[in-house]
Design a protein. Sequence first.
Length: 69
Amino acid sequence: MSSALDGASQPAPMSPCISVCALDGDGHCAGCLRTRDEIAGWIRMSPVQQWALIHQLKSRRDSRQPRGG
């Protein structure tokens, strides 16, 4: 029997690539903020792993935003 936690019923997200491909000094892509290994491994990740990475990328993006004040 399949559960929502095993990824069988969860659709895969679209790739976060926005075709701005250049690694910065921290080793993150300037466009999508993935590392080289995350970019190379995307196709082999399960939908659950891909969604988890999407959430990590949001956190990375948020941490790079200048704080208003």
